[in-house]
Design a protein around this ligand. Structure first.
Ligand code: SF4
Length: 218
């Protein structure tokens, strides 16, 4: 797995499993998008036209060489170890990204203005319910568990939060456990009614108000 991003005019590529960091030319940066599960012939043609066939082939060779040397798209050698120890671990807490969306568009946002570089979406209750089941069923002897509601802006999905809390509490009770709830919010969607609900039902409410006014766009 790789992460690629641009910073200070540089094309940076991090190979997650080996920890190698590369600063690469534009063509290599673009070619890396070809290394997906299924071939993208349209993109390949586009890049050949953009950079010329010779440069394209050279860059492709460079990527393949890095791959052979285990410096890019390297194998996750830790995976088998984790799977073999699966039953030894107990899950204590989960963070539910209930909103891949936000009512703000902060320029500095770590989550690409709330959408995590994807489509703007809200988590359906069914998914949250499965996550609660997973937490409780994999928590071993732990009695106190934690669920964090996060986003984007989680208050955009308030109904699902409320349903999840009710479900989590009831399910935890059946297993003689307790779930504590936390929400991290920019607070702009709060009103008297929701404040009262949060005061009654959340163990922690984290207000995230960290941007200077001129960097926040509503
Ligand atoms: S409020 Fe938070 S999640 Fe929303 S855009 Fe700003 S930094 Fe991103």
């Amino acid at each position: 797995m790789i992460h690629k991003y641009k910073m200070n005019g540089m094309n940076i590529v991090l190979d997650v499993n080996s920890g190698a960091v590369h600063v690469v030319e534009d063509i290599v940066y673009d070619i890396l998008d070809l290394f997906k599960d299924s071939p993208d012939f349209e993109l390949e043609e586009k890049l050949k036209n953009k950079y010329g066939i010779e440069q394209f082939n050279e860059a492709l060779m460079e990527v393949n060489k890095l791959k052979e040397e285990g410096l890019i798209f390297s194998e996750d050698t830790y995976k088998d170890f984790i799977l073999s120890r699966k039953n030894d671990f107990q899950v204590k807490a989960i963070c539910l990204n209930v909103a891949h969306d936000c009512n703000l568009r902060c320029k500095y946002c770590f989550a690409s203005t709330g959408d995590y570089h994807g489509n703007r979406k809200l988590m359906p209750f069914d998914v949250a319910k499965k996550a609660i089941d997973f937490l409780i069923e994999n928590s071993g002897n732990r009695k106190r568990l934690e669920v964090d509601f996060f986003g984007g802006e989680p208050m955009m999905n308030f109904d699902v939060i409320k349903a999840t809390i009710e479900y989590g509490r009831n399910k935890a009770k059946n297993f003689n456990k307790h779930v504590g709830f936390t929400i991290t919010t920019n607070a702009l969607l709060l009103d008297d009614e929701s404040i009262e609900y949060l005061n009654e039902n959340m163990d922690n409410v984290v207000l995230s108000i960290d941007g200077r006014k001129k960097l926040m766009i509503t």
